[in-house]
Design a protein around this ligand. Structure first.
Ligand code: C5P
Length: 224
């Protein structure tokens, strides 16, 4: 039997990736965190494509795609992202990357560059992919689609905790502003905006913990 293709979209810090990782383990399927790919390209740009005005030079970035090789490897259940064979899993979580990623991700060239590798991963089935446009653009024919949301205060609390646990300095107000700004840019962009697919099941997990959110998703998968 072909294993399912599951799309998980939603707002920043609704737990999409950590929930997807556990569901993948439970169902014996692959997990792909597409946000990490956009963060990886942003990290590359911050290292290699800074223009004279001190910000990311998009032309320089677009002409460097052939130098970017992003690859996920699974180490003991943890998804590790390598850029040109260097582990950048922690580097992509910094505030600098978070502050620039939505600007990079709204560029058509960047989205085109990352689209094919996302789709080809899903061709054989057996994948849970999380992001912003998975159910609408990347995998519109996914077997199951979910859209996660939660209050901004709860999402701020989760993101702040995540940063602290990674040993990254954080300020709650700045974390909140970054989430609001990213969601705004992600929702308003022209190409593949953050939006709920018409056939997605919406889960507001403001008052649900991680396990309860997982159970809610699995109950739908088992039901359908
Ligand atoms: O999921 P995460 O918060 O790490 O994603 C970081 C950013 O990457 C998002 O704010 C968004 O700008 C971009 N992104 C995207 N499309 C996706 C996944 C992430 O534009 N499928």
């Amino acid at each position: 039997m072909k294993k399912p293709v599951i799309a998980i979209d939603g707002y920043s810090s609704t737990g999409k990736s950590s929930i997807s990782k556990i569901i993948a383990q439970k169902l014996g399927i692959i997990h792909m965190d597409t946000g990490a790919l956009y963060r990886g390209v942003t990290w590359f740009a911050l290292q290699n494509c800074i223009g004279e005005n001190g910000s990311i030079d998009l032309k320089m970035l677009f002409s460097s795609f052939s130098e970017i090789e992003l690859e996920f490897k699974n180490f003991e259940g943890e998804l590790i992202l390598f850029l040109n064979h260097i582990d950048i899993s922690k580097a992509i979580r910094t505030n600098e990357v978070s502050d620039n990623v939505s600007f990079v991700a709204k560029q058509k060239e960047v989205r085109d560059f990352l689209l094919q590798s996302q789709r080809s991963q899903a061709e054989k089935g057996g994948i849970i992919m999380d992001g912003r446009d998975i159910g609408t653009v990347v995998l519109p024919d996914a077997d199951y689609k979910f859209f996660l949301t939660a209050s901004i205060d709860e999402r701020t609390r989760r993101r702040y905790q995540e940063l602290i646990s990674l040993g990254i300095e954080a300020d709650k107000q700045q974390v909140k502003e970054n989430l609001i700004e990213r969601d705004r840019i992600d929702s308003e962009r022209e190409i593949a905006p953050l939006k709920q697919a018409e056939d997605a099941i919406v889960i507001d997990n403001t008052f649900l913990n991680k396990q309860e959110t997982i159970d809610a998703i699995l109950s739908h998968i088992e039901k359908i």
